[in-house]
Design a protein around this ligand. Sequence first.
Ligand code: NAD
Length: 259
Amino acid sequence: MSRLGNLDQWFTDKTAIVTGGAGGMGRSIALAFSAAGARVVVADFNADGGQETVSLVREQGGEAVFARTDVSKSDDVAAMVQSAVSNFGGLNFAVNAAAIEFETVNLADLPDEDFDRMIAVNLRSIFLCMKHEINAMLPDGGAIVNIASTNSYRPQPHQSAYTASKFGVLGITKSAAIDYAPLGVRINAICPGAIETPMLLGAIKARGRDKQEVAGRLSLIGRFGQPDEIASAALWLCSEASSFTIGHALAVDGGYLAR
Ligand SMILES: NC(=O)c1ccc[n+]([C@@H]2O[C@H](COP(=O)([O-])OP(=O)(O)OC[C@H]3O[C@@H](n4cnc5c(N)ncnc54)[C@H](O)[C@@H]3O)[C@@H](O)[C@H]2O)c1
C-alpha cells in the first residue's frame, strides 16, 4: 500500500508494467500501483510468485495479469509489453525492478559467466525493457522508473559485476531521459539503500553478516527500508506530482549516501 494517499487522479484507468513483480520491492510496487487505480502487468521469471502477486492485487479489488518474462531476453520482453497492450489497451508506466545479486568474491575470482549473467539480467534488461516500453508509450507519453542502487554511487565490497550493472543502469536512464523527455516520456531511477527483501536477506546470509550490524552501517536510522518505501517513491516518480523531475536518480536509502 502506498504512503502517498489518494493518487487515483493520475493512475485510474492507466496501465503499469512492474518487472521483478513476483516478490520483494516489485510486489510492493505492483500493489501500490493497483491501490492507486492502475491496471498492472506483473512480469517475472518466477511464475508462482508472480501469480501470487496477481492474486494479491485482485484481493484488494485491482486488475492484474502475469507475464512470465526473462527480462534478459528480447522476445520475452516484447511479449511482456504486448501483454499490456492486448490485455489493457496500452502502456502508461513501467517500473523495471527485476535484478539478481549473488557475488561473494573479489573481481579476480569471479567466473566470466557470472559477470555476463549479471550484466544481462541487471543492465541489458533495462535496455530491452525501456526499448519496448517506450515504443508502446509513444506517441501519448508515459513514465519509466528504473531501479538502480546506492551501489551506483558507493560500491559495497565483492560486488564488481553488480556494481558495474548498477552504474550502467544510471547511465542508460539519464541517456534515455535526454532522448525521450521532448517526446513526453519521463525517465528516472531510484537508488534503494538496504531494503528488507529476499535479495538483501540472501546477501546477508551468504556473507555471514549480522542483520542489526548491517542495518546500522547502511542507514542513518538503524533499520532497513521496507519495500513500500520504494513503492511510494516509484508512484511519485510516475505521477504528475513529479512532472519536472527528469533523468533523476532518487536515493531512498535511510540517508546512507549522505554520510
Ligand atoms: N534489497 C535491497 O537492499 C536492494 C538495494 C539496492 C537495489 N536493489 C534493487 O532493487 C530491485 C528489486 O530487488 P529486491 O530486493 O526486491 O530483490 P528480490 O530478489 O527480492 O526480487 C527480484 C525479483 O526479480 C526477479 N528476477 C530475477 N531475475 C529475473 C529475470 N531474469 N527475469 C525476470 N525476473 C527476474 C526475481 O524472480 C524476483 O522476483 C533490484 O533491481 C535490486 O538490484 C535492492
